[in-house]
Design a protein around this ligand. Structure first.
Ligand code: SF4
Length: 495
């Protein structure tokens, strides 16, 4: 008979629930200890990544198991995946500790009781079907964990006890990360649907759930605070997606961690700040992470590794898929640099927009100077009170207007021009575009600010209308041609 207080997630442990009603579990004084143990499980998991619940005689076995059940129900009601993941890892680590103290026979029994993989004790090793192994080790993709490095004989993989226990941590963690799967098993014991259960739990634990959510947010905010000048709004989708996963308590695979570390290090973030970010990961081990981060960033090695290119990030599964700007660049750092366009000096931004519009192979110094005079005293800001006009009227007036439009065309491109007497080129990532009210089409000055270009490109792709802030300008295209364009200054809302 297993000691359920050590392994309360075993299917057989739910026998303790027989005859217990949810109402009693949540309100009866008799279960006050179980409720306290449930909250302790959750609070120490969220803040410290551990579960420190002593077994009998300090705590009664049934209180511990019922406390575990209540904790699963509270988690389902809290609906916070980061919290779920933190708790799953804490539970799995606790179980790993206890499994390490079991005899080989007991270990094999417990693994089989968990009912996710089946093992057979064979002398001093544990045999299992390779299909079970691949499923259980799906997130442990590196080094020795690869099936090819394990040695499969007649469909069987043999593991030593240390490896099996580590694998069980993975299996338990993955199982507990799935909600409401776990409460569904528990739910069999109670009346009502999962949603009814969740709402009852939410009412009882409303303040404690709020507190738990705050602990998780504080843990995540603490990590971001260290990143100082780093601007998330300029980061490419690959960075944002992996960061979100990290903050949601997902254990990132090595290529993702390597990318986050090298990307931030290239943007002059200190190793210590990167470390703080990884501290939100549920399997955070300070000494190991410090070694990896300091090695990659060159603090303790002779090599400072560079952030990988997009090709590499695509092939290693780090890239979640490109957006409109990604298609113009080959490296995530270029993405960050392009997104910094709006931070440039007004004159520099104007010059780059005009260069993109004039589209010459050689730097058109004289033409550029003539056009720059049109923009004397111009800046890219505008007030809150802007008149909404029809597009045709906005085109006639020398004023800033708000217009509702669709994007008639949108084309991203990288353009370069050589600067005379200087051994350098100016590189501009631009979006050529036009807008329409359904009756007439109007050309716009190219967008070099991709914080605007990205949502506009997206609206064109989805054929959606948008409210834009625009102003018309007449531009000298050469000595004999003057053309009128709208300049897009902002987006007020996407309609
Ligand atoms: S294409 Fe490159 S920059 Fe864009 S998300 Fe993928 S890896 Fe990141």
């Amino acid at each position: 008979m297993p000691e359920f207080w050590r392994y309360p997630f075993l299917p057989a442990a739910s026998k303790i629930l027989e005859g217990v009603t949810l109402d009693a579990l949540l309100n009866d004084y008799f279960y006050a200890e179980a409720r306290a143990l449930a909250l302790s499980r959750l609070e120490t998991s969220a803040s410290l990544g551990i579960i420190d619940v002593e077994g009998p005689p300090t705590n009664d076995e049934s209180d511990i198991v019922l406390g575990y059940v209540i904790s699963r129900l509270v988690l389902a009601a809290a609906d916070n995946q980061a919290l779920v993941n933190y708790v799953a890892l804490s539970e799995a680590r606790r179980a790993e500790l206890y499994l390490s103290s079991e005899t080989d026979e007991n270990l094999a029994n417990l693994v089989n009781l968990f009912d996710a993989i089946e093992v057979k004790l064979n002398g001093s090793v544990f045999d299992m079907n390779f299909v079970d192994y691949v499923r259980a080790a799906s997130k442990l993709r590196e080094g020795d964990w690869k099936l090819s490095n394990r040695g499969v004989s007649k469909g069987i993989v043999s593991l030593d006890r240390i490896t099996l226990i580590r694998l069980m941590r993975e299996v338990i963690q993955q199982h507990l990360e799935e909600l409401p799967e776990a409460p569904r098993a528990i739910k069999k014991q109670f009346e009502g649907t999962i949603d009814e259960l969740k709402s009852q739990i939410s009412k009882t634990f409303v303040e404690r759930i709020g507190g738990l959510n705050n602990v998780v947010s504080e843990r995540q905010a603490e990590a971001m605070k260290e990143l100082g000048k780093f601007d998330l709004s300029k980061a490419p989708p690959c960075f944002n997606t992996n960061l979100l996963d990290l903050q949601a308590g997902v254990n990132l695979p090595h290529p993702s961690r390597f990318f986050i570390t090298t990307f931030l290090s290239s943007l002059n973030q200190k190793s210590e700040s990167v470390m703080q970010l990884f501290a939100t990961a549920p399997d955070f081990k300070e000494s190991f992470t410090r070694y990896q981060v300091e090695h990659i960033t060159g603090t303790t090695s002779s090599t400072k590794y560079s952030a990988p290119k997009c090709d590499t990030l695509v092939s290693t599964g780090v890239c979640p898929g490109p957006n409109g700007l990604c298609r113009q660049i080959r490296h995530p750092l270029s993405y960050y640099r392009v997104m910094a366009e709006s931070e440039k000096d007004v004159k520099v931004r104007l010059e780059r927009i005009l260069l993109a519009a004039l589209n010459r192979e050689k730097y058109p110094a004289e033409l550029l100077e003539r056009n720059m005079k049109i923009f004397e005293d111009f800046d890219f800001t505008y007030g809150e009170e802007i008149v909404k006009r029809k597009l045709s009227e906005a085109f006639r007036l020398d004023e800033i207007s708000k217009v509702q439009v669709k994007i008639s065309y949108f084309q991203g491109r990288v353009y370069s021009v050589e600067v005379p007497n200087e051994e350098r080129k100016i590189w501009i990532t631009k979006a050529a575009l036009g807008i329409t009210d359904g009756n007439s089409d109007y050309d716009c000055l190219p967008l070099t600010d991709w914080k605007l270009a990205l949502p506009i490109g997206d609206a064109q792709y989805k054929s959606k209308s948008m409210d834009l802030v625009v102003k018309p300008f007449e531009i000298n295209m050469d000595d004999n041609e003057v053309r009128k364009f709208f300049m897009i200054l902002g987006i007020t809302e996407e309609s």
